[in-house]
Ligand binder design. Sequence first.
Ligand code: GTP
Length: 412
Amino acid sequence: MKIPSLLLRFPHCYFSSSACFKSFHFSSRSHFLCTGSLRPVHLYCTKWMFSLKGLRRELCHQATVDQPIEGLSDREQGFVDKIYSGLIQGHRACLAEAITLVESTHHRKKKVAQVLLQKVLSYHREQEKLNQGKPLAFRVGLSGPPGAGKSTFIECFGKMLTERGHKVSVLAVDPSSSTSGGSLLGDKTRMTELSRDMNAYIRPSPTRGTLGGVTRTTNEAILLCEGGGYDVVLVETVGVGQSEFAVADMVDMFILLLPPAGGDELQGIKRGIIEMADLVAINKADGDLVVPARRIQAEYVSAMKLLRKRSKVWRPKVMRISAKTGEGISDMWDKMTEFRDLVLMSGELIAKRRKQQKVWMWNLIQENMLEHFRSHLAVKDKIPLLEEKVLSGVFSPGLAADLLLKAFKDGL
Ligand SMILES: Nc1nc2c(ncn2[C@@H]2O[C@H](COP(=O)(O)OP(=O)(O)OP(=O)(O)O)[C@@H](O)[C@H]2O)c(=O)[nH]1
């Protein structure tokens, strides 16, 4: 039997779209088609996929990889073009619309967002080439416990930068917003002056309560801000959860802002996050708080000496600043640029960004796979039952996990 007649009989097994068809022809395994014989296809199926169903899945997978994004309608394409050109011309409204688009969970909008992001990415590549391979923007993560003075700091720091000709965007990541109903960082009264500054853009990032949400939307929002010409992108998060670890994985430099308070008052701060910091800024070093700020600075200097060295060219610094009076803020920026230049020249920055891209991809896969697993019909109803059995000690967690995984695999 020749392949074409097989296709006539089982077209649905092979092609779900013309994109799959094209990919089938041009795939690395196209020799099966060239021979025109069914036998190699059978062999192929037996060896790799065991069934025609599996072959179809494999082919469609290839098509998806070869042609990552399916076509948009004229209307959608027009929308992407409009947002894209507005974005790269620096229109804030277009940046806002673009971020809203990437935050959308609507199936179609997610596709449109990916087309926009691909366009912005290729613009990035061109711009970076023109910039002799240097990154377009400095990505900075800022974390600290509630009340450390993050908004006061960003207001002061951001204004200093815009006065010096920089364009600053602030992405406030707040994973608590969906659980607390309120928002620690989304408060509109924060950073009032900076939010009126035409060279600044502030955006609370809704994360729908999941860390994966933080990763996807924030990473994409960073790219869009850079496409909009913002050369300093500040990602702010409250340092009492897990989101700061995710943020540290998407920025060039991670800064921890702390109040001049001792161990007990900083219980919420995880030890791990101190290890991620490239710079610790002890804020509120003014008036009566200068003395405790000095003490805390000394404590952190000695504590950080014991930490594992993460860079060949940089030792984490501990500085005293006052976001209220502005003291130390300019010196802090000098240290930050020193860090950026050192890691850029040493090649560490580019290596870090490349690694982050991979981490980002795997985080997304993990998040999506878990979601897919939990909602799969074969396991959905079994989860509460097995959880109950684990809780009551009837099943070990390992056994319950095995049973769920088996049910999931069988249901595929
Ligand atoms: N003395 C002094 N007070 C400061 C300084 N920076 C901030 N504060 C005060 O500290 C309090 C908390 O400041 P915020 O900037 O709101 O702190 P935050 O970290 O953004 O707090 P959340 O919004 O709760 O996350 C406010 O009353 C500020 O006025 C500073 O440098 N010196």
